[in-house]
Design a protein around this ligand. Structure first.
Ligand code: BGC
Length: 344
């Protein structure tokens, strides 16, 4: 396997962004740009061997430079909402960018989705990919600590796209990284209502009307949020206002990636499994997606895709009972999330 690099476009005042293409021996092709560490495309064969692009995105860098809802990007320093755009750490209050009403979302105004990462390529027998590095300075978007980040994307011959995240800091801080790919296993020709989803989780993070966690953990038992048996996304979506946008509680201990979700598109026979070391997975049925044209000028609209964002729970810096997002100097933040493709 090898990595092919091409120039993707120019970021005004910053420099060239590249697009990296990796193909495995089963016909899966992954494209990533160093702008925002963004997955631009994943071509996956259907049950008859016909490749189709399973993620939303844009054909050119210009699409990514416009305002868009984190399509395919890395999200950080903290994914999800942080209430009142602030938190207290070791007695100091940190005020973050208010980029979502009075709250903070997905790392702020210029989060890790809008920066140029430094990329290096690698290829070995197990797979090929790129390593992206970025240094986030002290108080960037309001977060304390000079943070050194490294995210590695690998495609292998087991049809897995593996994302490995690492970070170290010089001051105590909070960190909660994820990837914000919008998946549609049928190439974005229709809403994801005909995708079957399985999430083996009985609990979720309860939120208020602004999608800020209340601190309670709820049970999915028997309601529309219950995906413990495979269920079509369209079946109960109208019972949930706007659609699905919630964080499921996962039961792993953070050491080995565990299977957190499986999505099947029966007609094409494409299947995607998500494995993660994280304690939560945000299932978002692209409820707010609107007014944007994506690849081949396709109008991107509500419910056209689903995100499965492996992460810690939203607003963890203000929720002492949630699994911690605290990173202290001398510690290393580690996360591994895999998207594995197959045919059924
Ligand atoms: C959140 C949504 C938000 C979307 C785009 C998702 O992670 O759960 O509420 O609209 O990101 O910002």
């Amino acid at each position: 396997m090898k990595v092919v690099r091409e120039i993707f476009g120019q970021i005004p005042g910053i420099g060239d962004a590249s697009l990296y293409t990796i193909t495995n021996s089963n016909g899966i092709t992954l494209k990533i740009t160093d702008y925002g560490g963004t997955i631009q495309s994943i071509l996956v064969p259907d049950k008859n061997g016909k490749p189709g692009d399973v993620v939303l995105g844009f054909d050119s860098l210009e699409g990514y430079l416009q305002s868009h809802p984190y399509i395919g990007t890395i999200v950080g320093r903290c994914a999800g909402r942080i209430s009142n755009a602030s938190f207290i750490l070791d007695g100091n209050q940190y005020r973050l960018a208010k980029n979502h009403g009075r709250n903070h979302i997905h790392g702020g105004t210029t989060g890790y989705d809008k920066v140029l990462w430094q990329a290096s390529e690698f290829a070995d027998k197990k797979g090929a990919g790129i390593t992206l590095e970025y240094v986030s300075h002290d108080l960037e978007e309001g977060y304390p600590g000079y943070l050194r980040l490294r995210v590695t994307y690998t495609l292998d011959d087991d049809n897995q796209v593996c994302l490995d995240y690492q970070a170290t800091t010089d001051k105590s801080t909070h960190i909660n990284l994820t990837n914000h790919s919008y998946f549609n296993l049928n190439g974005a020709v229709a809403e994801v209502y005909d995708h079957e989803l399985w999430i083996p989780s009985s609990r979720y993070v309860v939120t208020d009307q602004d999608l800020i966690p209340t601190g309670e953990i709820g049970s999915v038992e028997g309601g529309p949020l219950d995906f413990r048996s495979p269920k079509l996304i369209g079946k109960d979506i109208n019972e949930v206002e706007g659609g699905f946008d919630l964080c499921y509680v996962l039961e792993g201990d953070g050491t080995e990636p565990l299977l957190a979700a499986r999505v099947v598109h029966p007609e094409s026979g494409r299947c995607m499994e998500t494995f993660t070391t994280e304690p939560g997975i945000q299932f978002y049925s692209s409820n707010f997606l609107a007014d944007i044209r994506g690849k081949e000028r396709t109008p991107y609209r509500k419910h056209l895709a689903l995100c499965l964002e492996a992460q810690h729970f939203p607003d963890t810096p203000n929720q002492p009972d949630f699994p911690s997002t605290l990173l202290r100097p001398g510690e290393t933040y580690n996360q591994r999330t895999m998207y594995k493709f197959s045919n059924v």
